[in-house]
Write a protein that binds this ligand. Structure first.
Ligand SMILES: Cc1ncc(COP(=O)(O)O)c(C=O)c1O
Length: 438
């Protein structure tokens, strides 16, 4: 038996995992480099999902691992409550540069979930600071995923994630999702049908009154719920309705930020600017946990007009952790110097063609794609939702590719440093898996 195998797997209660099934036949990763993991038996596994959507620059990126090693030897921890350290400030400035100065300020968290809850709290406090404390209602969207904090769960719209944990936040409502296979199946990029679903926000405003609504939060492209691409014009319409009624618009860019759509952020891809943006994952190339809320200047300014004192009673012990800042600074450098987004953009048509070449394989009811994200929707086995895609996931791993599944949808989001050979390997092996599914 390989020495890396754990002696027992019983104590670790694994997140979002079928623990009993996993522990009966585990999939253990022991090292990573570039586009590949190595499993405990020494097999190479092509990373078709950038870990959990979080490794745009590829694994064991030398510049990033070196920056983190140097920082841990220099400054292992420093508080950011009434204290600071240079890297946290340098990173904030560089992140603003990276957004083209569309945003003015950044608040650090340790995860996407914390970024979401932070943004929701800032939205509430912003309205209160301006004398509109009645704006307490938050609006999310069906099939949205905003992490697992109570705020994110409340605005999120995935039934299984919510059903065991109520009561969730009161005063939350949801827009309908935009997924429509009858009209939009097998789309490339934004589907044609569904922009008018944004008008549902007008209906909610009429129902609740604008004076009660603080913010709308949505993922520009929903990732975890199975790659739902917004219909043409939908996001622009949401922006217009929010503006009309003084409602803040938050884009949850935890997945779409840092190059996933072959632009720095999804807001750049769609040409629609939110008032706040939540990020995590690719921010540090997944090397050290970190999240961040990007805020427009007018939001931050509203807090700075208060009498002198602490302006926002919110923060985490590890907000702006030196190792996370070092990883994020190095990640930005790699994005710049190694033209990561340019590589992704040049390969996007090849990736999209490879995906759509799967059309016609058994059980396939949709293929959809945008940037370097692909969704493959399979028909469910009667009475066993999710079983078919889970079977694909297990077989794919055994065949040397890591894919991600949610329900009966396969999501692909490889590191952005991939090449044509990786795309051929990923879709070649996946086609073989799909041909032999139950
Ligand atoms: C859009 C979105 N928001 C929030 C989160 C939560 O991030 P984390 O798991 O880092 O808390 C995720 C995670 O996948 C996500 O996709």
């Amino acid at each position: 038996m390989n020495e890396s195998r754990p002696k027992s797997m019983s104590a670790f209660w694994m997140p979002f995992t079928n623990n009993r099934d996993f522990k009966a036949s585990p999939r253990l990763l022991v090292s990573s480099e570039g586009m590949y993991y190595k499993d405990v038996d020494g097999n190479s596994v092509l990373d078709g999902t950038a870990g959990l959507w979080c490794v745009p620059c590829g694994h064991a990126q030398p510049r990033i691992t070196q920056a983190v090693s140097e920082m841990v030897g220099q400054l292992d921890f420093a508080p950011t409550f009434q204290m600071g350290h240079p890297a946290a400030f340098d990173l904030a400035e560089q992140l603003m540069d990276y957004t083209g100065h569309k945003f003015g300020h950044v608040f650090y968290t340790n995860s996407g979930s914390e970024a979401v809850d932070t943004a929701l709290k800032i939205a509430l406090a912003y309205h209160k600071a301006r004398g509109e404390g009645g704006r307490t209602r938050l609006i999310g969207r069906e099939r949205g995923y905003h992490g697992v904090g109570f705020g994110g769960l409340s605005v999120g719209g995935i039934g299984n994630n919510r059903k065991s944990f109520g009561p969730l936040l009161p005063g939350v409502d949801h827009l309908p999702h935009t997924h429509n296979l009858l009209k939009n199946a097998f789309s490339r990029g934004e589907p044609d049908f569904g922009a008018e679903l944004a008008d549902e926000l007008e209906r909610l405003v009429t129902l609740h009154d604008a004076s009660t609504i603080a913010a709308v939060i949505i993922e520009p492209v929903s990732g975890s719920t199975g790659v739902l691409v917004p219909p043409k014009g939908y996001l622009k319409r949401l922006r217009e309705i929010c503006d009309k009624h003084g409602i803040l618009l938050i884009f949850d860019e935890v997945i779409t930020g840092f190059g996933r759509l072959c632009t720095p952020f999804a807001s750049d891809y769609f040409g629609v600017e939110p008032d706040m943006m939540t990020t995590a994952k690719g921010l540090t190339n997944g090397v050290v946990p970190m999240g961040a809320v990007f805020s427009k200047r007018f939001i931050h300014n509203a807090f700075m007009e208060a009498p002198a004192g602490i302006e926002l009673f919110h923060g985490y012990t590890y907000s702006g952790h030196p190792l996370a800042c070092a990883a994020a600074l190095a990640t930005l450098e790699v994005f710049r110097e190694q033209a990561i987004i340019e590589n992704a953009r040049s390969l996007q048509p090849y990736f999209e063609d490879a995906l759509h070449s799967l059309r016609g394989l058994p059980h396939m009811i949709d293929l959809r794609s945008i940037g370097l994200v692909a969704g493959i929707e399979l028909e469910s086995i009667a009475g066993k939702p999710g079983a078919r895609a889970y079977g694909a996931f297990k077989k794919a791993f055994a065949d040397g590719i890591l894919i991600r599944v949610t329900g009966d949808i396969i999501a692909l989001s490889p590191p952005l440093v991939l090449s044509k050979q990786h795309i051929d390997e990923l879709f070649g092996k996946l086609a073989n898996v799909l041909k032999h599914l139950d």
